[in-house]
Write a protein that binds this ligand. Sequence first.
Ligand code: HEC
Ligand code: HEC
Ligand code: HEC
Ligand code: HEC
Length: 134
Amino acid sequence: MKRLGFSVFFIALTFILMAGSPLMAQSDMMLLDSSKGRAGKKRPPVPFPHNLHVEKGWSCKDCHHLYEKGENILDESTLEEGNKEIQCSACHGPKSRLHLERAYHGQCLGCHKKPLKDREKAPPRYCGGCHVRK
Ligand code: HEC
Ligand code: HEC
Ligand code: HEC
Ligand code: HEC
């Protein structure tokens, strides 16, 4: 119980510190946390510049999916703020073969590790590049 209290405090603190950092100046910055405040989180939550990725030319369905017979049939109009069904955790739960940590690493790193195109800025590939310690 003590540990849980501590990590809730720590996450709150991270938010407070983040609010004052230049990272937060970008309004689309999401803070991804697969543990949602549960005890035992091993790495700091991950700041994710969502819209930057869209601006770089990726489409919604490169990351968001609803598979039917192996095909991504997602209706993009369901991609709305607050829709719990589009959250990765809705399907990649703790019992899922592709649990949340794997789903995130698979998606983020699967793309970040691709060879760079000309003059593209290198996306973060190492632990500390995504799990930014504050
Ligand atoms: C590079 C990957 C990527 C791309 C491209 C992308 N998204 Fe996302 N999006 C994510 C991730 C990761 C989350 C966090 C999901 C979660 O919290 O479970 C997210 C969350 C969201 C949310 C939920 C926000 C909230 O807090 O409720 C919406 C809405 C959304 N995306 C819409 C879109 C739309 C519309 C597009 C296309 C214009 C798009 N996304 C493109 C990765 C992406
Ligand atoms: C509606 C349910 C659902 C949602 C929401 C969902 N997934 Fe998936 N995801 C699946 C299914 C089903 C598969 C394919 C079956 C499998 O491999 O377990 C899959 C496969 C994947 C894969 C394997 C490669 C691929 O694309 O097929 C990755 C990586 C992944 N999901 C990451 C994510 C991330 C990150 C999010 C949140 C942005 C997310 N998923 C949201 C159901 C979902
Ligand atoms: C489909 C490809 C793709 C996916 C999926 C993806 N990224 Fe990226 N990401 C990129 C590229 C390319 C860049 C470099 C953009 C540039 O030129 O500045 C980048 C840049 C970044 C940056 C650095 C931004 C900056 O200001 O320098 C962060 C942080 C980041 N990604 C986090 C994530 C996280 C976290 C996820 C998973 C939730 C993710 N990305 C998923 C392609 C992707
Ligand atoms: C491209 C970005 C990216 C890189 C690089 C990355 N991760 Fe993650 N990782 C994520 C995201 C996004 C999540 C889900 C959000 C969270 O819980 O922090 C996650 C979740 C985790 C989790 C589960 C949650 C927790 O903290 O217990 C662990 C453990 C983890 N990562 C360890 C690592 C380690 C170790 C490395 C280096 C070998 C690494 N990650 C590199 C993006 C990344």
